[in-house]
Design a protein around this ligand. Structure first.
Ligand code: AR6
Length: 176
């Protein structure tokens, strides 16, 4: 199934799995994380706390993914992944690629047929938008064909950047 780019709020997506741009604590935050916990209700945080008390005492490392209930969201699962904080001194892009891959893998393991991603690391974690888009598109275009995959962009400006990258031929150099 072809990847779809959507402008809007990820919590409003009617999909099996919603990906959360979480932090390692799994205990909530702002941005996508705040919106998912606010709309999904306390069951999500309760399951995150249980994960911290059991399998993940030190939290979820960057680049990895873990699933919980989606509470009262229309999705069945939230797949929490932790993006890297952007650094000018260190190339952390492999971790950002890994977030998309690990989340897709988790979706397949769960039996999800549709999944919505936010633009991971491109908010509080400071990743430059066009580079974050390039990484997201590279991974999501290569997603397993049976999955309905959506990249949900928050606001017209970010959506337009993604749309332009999407329209650009794959072998073309990004414009300055
Ligand atoms: N739906 C879709 N996209 C959204 C939404 C939404 N409701 N809200 C924000 N975005 P961010 P990060 C966009 O900061 O950079 C949290 O505090 C936003 O415009 O949510 O990975 C966590 O707890 C941006 O393009 O995630 C972590 O501490 C993109 O989603 C930290 O922020 C990602 O922004 C993670 O930072």
């Amino acid at each position: 199934m072809p990847l779809r780019l959507i402008e809007g709020d990820i919590t409003a997506q009617a999909v099996d799995a919603v990906v959360n741009a979480a932090n390692s604590t799994l205990l909530g935050g702002r941005g996508v994380d705040g919106a998912i916990h606010a709309k999904g209700g306390p069951a999500i945080l309760a399951e995150c706390r249980r994960l911290r008390q059991t399998r993940l005492p030190d939290g979820l490392p960057a680049g990895q993914a873990v699933a919980t209930t989606a509470g009262v969201l229309s999705a069945r699962w939230v797949i929490h992944t932790v993006g890297p904080v952007f650094s000018r001194r260190e190339d952390r892009s492999a971790l950002l690629h890994s977030c998309y891959r690990a989340s897709l893998e988790m979706a397949l393991q769960l039996g999800a047929r549709s999944i919505a991603f936010p633009l991971i690391s491109a908010g509080a974690y400071g990743w430059p938008i066009s580079d974050a888009v390039t990484i997201a598109l590279a991974e999501l275009r290569a997603a397993p064909a049976q999955l309905d995959v959506r990249l949900v962009l928050f606001g017209e400006r970010i959506f337009d950047i993604a749309r332009q990258a999407w329209d650009r031929p794959l072998d073309a150099a990004p414009s300055a």
